[in-house]
Ligand binder design. Structure first.
Ligand SMILES: *Cc1c(COP(=O)(O)O)cnc(C)c1O
Length: 384
């Protein structure tokens, strides 16, 4: 008997029914060999429009690192929002699309010389800082530029914490603002990141409280701020349900209204939430084995060519072309490295070799992390 795609209610809750329909239609009509990543254009558009809609005076900048595919960037560019970048490579792609300089900001607190030179030439005028050395670098490369200080905020409950590598406490942030002025820069505001895939809504509460403390301290020292950059962190659904964007944004908006002056510009830098749940990987079963009583399932996408985040604990949901019978599996990628194991003890239908496995919510931090390790090529991205 021929196997078919086993679609449950949970699948249509994670990726919408219309996205799944489009994906199945594409697979049926296409000759392209897996693995490849399909991105639902409508879903991206819908996400771009919903993020920040409930936050007054907000401006959205897509964090390019989540997925820098040129067709995705063209689509997002056509909607007219801005971009957050961190490297010369990311700036190059935006330059090739003719994105205006005032629609680009950069929030990586530690930037390379090469990138700074290029960003200065291009006319990018907003930069994040969290150290004295970065202020000195900016003085040399982009004199007079606008800077916002990256503040440490709790990252608890975020699946991909970012707090240790960057950011400073309030006292130090205040001193950095004063130092920036001394070096001829223009401190305009504060930024933070609550951690990527932030499933704890209260992280934004604590972050905004802390930003408010710094904002008032700056004011006392005669530094008038005008920009509050709340970073990214919006969660998407992988397996478990998450708080929806509207609820998060209404909460943020209320907090901002209560704490910050009426004219404050709010920057938002979503990455994952823009493209993550618009993406579905189409992979193929390349092997099966029983080893020490464990069922192993090998597919052609793994840790090195797309599913890097499973190392950090992201658990994907799969639609399998298989038989009715469900088995417990260890799911592994195609490379020869024993590190290349995607998930353990997951219950999935039993496929045949050559059957397809669809990986839901895989549009962000997948292809952008992928390498050609072991000669396995990086999967193509296709917009549908
Ligand atoms: C990665 C990153 C983002 C995007 O974060 P998401 O969790 O993907 O929304 C935004 N701002 C900065 C500075 C980042 O480094």
């Amino acid at each position: 008997m021929k196997n078919k795609f086993r679609i449950d209610k949970i699948h249509t809750e994670i990726a919408s029914e219309s996205t799944i329909k489009k994906v199945l239609k594409f697979i049926k009509s296409s000759e392209i060999e897996p693995p490849y990543l399909l991105i639902d254009k409508n879903k991206v558009k819908q996400k771009v429009r919903s993020i920040g809609r409930r936050i007054r005076r907000s401006e959205v900048f897509y964090a390019v690192k989540a997925n820098p595919d040129i067709e995705i960037l063209k689509l997002i560019n056509s909607i007219g929002i801005g971009f957050e970048i961190a490297s010369e490579g990311e700036l190059n792609i935006l330059a090739s699309l003719g994105v205006e300089k005032n629609r680009i900001i950069t929030s990586n607190p530690i930037k390379s010389f090469k990138f700074l030179k290029m960003a200065a030439d291009y006319g990018v005028s907003y930069y994040a800082i969290d150290s004295i050395d970065e202020i000195r670098k900016l003085r040399d490369f982009v004199p007079g530029c606008n800077v916002y200080i990256r503040l440490t905020v709790p990252n608890e409950g975020s699946e991909w914490p970012l707090s240790k590598k960057f950011a400073v406490e309030v006292d130090e942030a205040e001193e950095l603002m004063v130092y920036a002025i001394k070096k001829g820069l223009n401190p305009v505001g504060i930024t933070f990141h609550v951690g990527s895939q932030c499933t704890n809504m209260y992280n934004w509460d604590s972050a905004l409280d802390k930003a408010k403390t710094l904002w008032d301290r700056a004011e006392k020292r005669g530094i008038k701020l005008s920009v509050l950059n709340i970073g990214g962190g919006y969660p998407i659904r992988y397996t478990k349900n998450v708080v929806d964007i509207t609820t998060i944004d209404k909460n943020i908006d209320q907090l901002i209204q209560d704490k910050f002056p009426g004219k404050t510009r709010i920057f938002i830098e979503p990455g994952r939430a823009v493209v993550g749940d618009a993406g579905i990987f189409v992979s193929q079963v390349i092997g099966k084995a029983v080893r020490a009583d464990e069922n192993w399932l090998y597919i052609d996408v793994g840790i090195f060519n797309g599913l890097m985040e499973s190392v950090g604990g992201i658990k994907y949901t799969y639609i399998v072309e298989g038989s009715k019978e469900v088995k417990k599996w260890t799911l592994a990628g195609p490379s020869c490295d024993s590190f290349d194991v995607i998930d353990k003890d997951i219950f999935l239908p039993d496929p045949k070799i050559g059957n397809k496995v669809l990986i839901l919510s895989s549009g962000a931090y997948t292809i952008s992390y992928a390498s050609e390790f072991n000669g396995l090529s990086i999967p193509k991205t296709i917009l549908i």
